[in-house]
Design a protein around this ligand. Structure first.
Ligand SMILES: [Zn+2]
Length: 425
C-alpha cells in the first residue's frame, strides 16, 4: 500500500460551481459529486489533499498565445456581444461558451495539473490526481470541444523540465488532438490516444496513420476504434500497446487522461466500457487527470473507483451517504455494468490496428536521449492572492523542498527510468 504522502490529490470546490449553460453537456458539477464521493469513502484520509494555485496568465502563456490568454481573461458574458470577430477567431461560442468566471475556472484546473507536475518533479509524491483537468482539445490559439486551456500540455511542459521523455496516454472517447498537436514534432513526448474514429465523430482526427512528423515521427500513436468496444477487447489492446510503448520509449513520467466518456451509457460517448474496464488503464501511470464524461453520476463513480484503485483501497459497492446520494438512485451502487451493445470492432480490425502500432514502435530504434544541463525555473510568482493562504503554505513547503537540488533529478543517460512501475503504487 502506498504511503499517504505519496499520492497528491488536487481539488478546489470553486471549479464545480461554474455553469456552461442549460443545454451544454459539460457539467463541472460532476467534479463536486466526485469529490463528495471520494470523501464519503474516506479516501481523503489516505492521500494528501491540496487546493491548487490559480495558474497565472504568464503560466498559461507557456503554451497558449498571449493574446488568446488575455482575451479569455477579459471576456465576460455581458461584454461578449462587442467582440464578435474575436469570438470567431478564438472559436468561442456554442461548444465553448463564455460564462461567468470562465477564466478563473481555467486557472484552477490548469493550476492543479501544473502543481501536480511540480510535485512529481520534486519527488514530493509518486502519483498526482487532478480530476478537474484533462481538457485535451484546447489549442495554442483557440478553444475547442469544451476545452479552453490545455492543462495537459502545460503539465507536460513542466515535466519536461526534469524528464527527458514524457509519455501521454489518453483514454477519453475523443481523440486527444490538442496534446498530440502540441508535441507532434518532438520525440520528447510520446502521445498515445485510444478513441472513437470515423462517422464524423469529434474532432475527426486520430487515424492510425497519424504518427508524428520530423523529430516526432513515430512518437504519436493513434488507436482508432469503432462503437461498442467492450472491457475485454479494450483491456487486451491497451495493455499490449502500452507495455510495448513503455519498453521502447522508457518514459521518465507518465500522464494519463482518464476521460470518463468512454464508459458505457455516456451522453456523448459510444463505447461500452464498465468502470472496472476503464480503471484497468491505471495499471501504469504517474499523473492522472479527468477529461470528458457527460453522464455525471457515472463520472463521479468512475473517478472515485479509480482514486480507490490508485490508493489500493477496497470500496464497498453500496454508496455511503453523501450530499449527492440521490443522483445514484435507484440502486445506489458504485459499480456499473457495460450494456448490451454490439461491439463493432472485429478481431481482425483490432489485430490490424495493433500490428500497425507495433510496427511504428519497431521503427523507433531506442529511447531518444536529451542533454539536460539546466532545469528552468518553475514560474512560481511569490505574489499570491490573499484568499489563498492554504495553497500558500503548501507552496512555501514546496519551494523549500525544491531548494534541495538532487543530482538524480537530472537526466543522466538511458538509465533515467524512474517511472511508476518502480516507485509508484
Ligand atoms: Zn471526450
Amino acid at each position: 500500500m502506498p504511503s499517504k504522502d505519496r499520492i497528491a490529490y488536487f481539488y478546489d470546490g470553486d471549479v464545480g460551481n461554474v455553469y456552461f449553460g442549460p443545454n451544454h453537456p459539460m457539467k463541472p458539477h460532476r467534479l463536486c459529486m466526485t469529490h463528495h464521493l471520494v470523501l464519503a469513502y474516506e479516501l481523503h484520509q489516505k492521500m494528501e489533499i491540496y487546493r491548487p494555485h490559480k495558474a497565472y496568465p504568464v503560466e498559461l502563456a507557456q503554451f497558449h498565445s498571449a493574446d488568446y490568454v488575455d482575451f479569455l481573461h477579459r471576456i465576460t458574458p455581458d461584454t461578449q456581444h462587442l467582440f464578435a470577430n474575436e469570438l470567431a477567431q478564438y472559436n468561442l461560442g456554442e461548444d465553448c461558451p463564455v460564462f461567468d468566471n470562465l477564466f478563473e475556472f481555467c486557472q484552477i484546473y490548469a493550476g492543479g495539473t501544473i502543481d501536480a507536475a511540480r510535485r512529481l518533479n520534486n519527488q514530493l509524491c509518486d502519483i498526482a490526481i487532478n480530476w478537474a483537468g484533462g481538457l485535451h482539445h484546447a489549442k495554442k490559439c483557440e478553444a475547442s470541444g469544451f476545452c479552453y486551456i490545455n492543462d495537459l500540455v502545460l503539465g507536460i511542459l513542466e515535466l519536461l523540465k526534469y524528464h527527458a521523455r514524457v509519455l501521454y496516454i489518453d483514454i477519453d472517447v475523443h481523440h486527444g488532438d490538442g496534446v498530440e498537436e502540441a508535441f507532434y514534432f518532438t520525440d520528447r513526448v510520446m502521445t498515445v490516444s485510444f478513441h472513437k474514429y470515423g462517422d464524423m465523430f469529434f474532432p475527426g482526427t486520430g487515424d492510425v496513420k497519424e504518427v508524428g512528423e520530423r523529430e516526432g515521427k513515430y512518437y504519436a500513436i493513434n488507436v482508432p476504434l469503432k462503437d461498442g468496444i467492450d472491457d475485454a477487447s479494450f483491456s487486451r489492446l491497451f495493455k499490449t500497446i502500452i507495455a510495448k510503448v513503455v519498453e521502447t520509449y522508457v518514459p521518465g513520467a507518465i500522464v494519463l487522461q482518464c476521460g470518463a466518456d468512454s464508459l458505457a451509457g455516456d451522453r456523448l460517448g459510444c463505447f461500452n466500457l464498465s468502470i472496472e474496464g476503464h480503471a484497468e488503464s491505471l495499471f501504469i501511470f504517474l499523473k492522472v487527470t479527468g477529461g470528458g464524461g457527460y453522464t455525471k453520476e457515472n463520472v463521479a463513480r468512475c473517478w472515485t473507483v479509480e482514486t480507490g484503485v490508485l490508493l489500493d483501497a477496497e470500496l464497498p459497492n453500496e454508496i455511503p451517504e453523501n450530499d449527492y446520494i440521490n443522483y445514484f438512485a435507484p440502486d445506489f451502487s458504485l459499480k456499473t455494468q457495460s450494456r448490451n451493445k454490439e461491439n463493432l470492432n472485429s478481431k481482425t480490425y483490432l489485430s490490424s490496428i495493433k500490428m500497425q502500432v507495433l510496427e511504428s514502435l519497431r521503427l523507433i530504434q531506442h529511447a531518444p536521449g536529451v542533454q539536460m544541463q539546466e532545469v528552468p525555473p518553475d514560474f512560481y510568482i511569490p505574489d499570491f492572492d490573499e484568499d489563498e493562504h492554504n495553497a500558500d503554505e503548501r507552496v512555501d513547503q514546496h519551494t523549500q523542498d525544491k531548494q534541495i537540488q538532487r543530482d538524480d533529478e537530472y537526466y543522466a543517460g538511458d538509465n533515467d527510468n524512474d517511472h511508476s512501475t518502480e516507485d509508484g503504487t
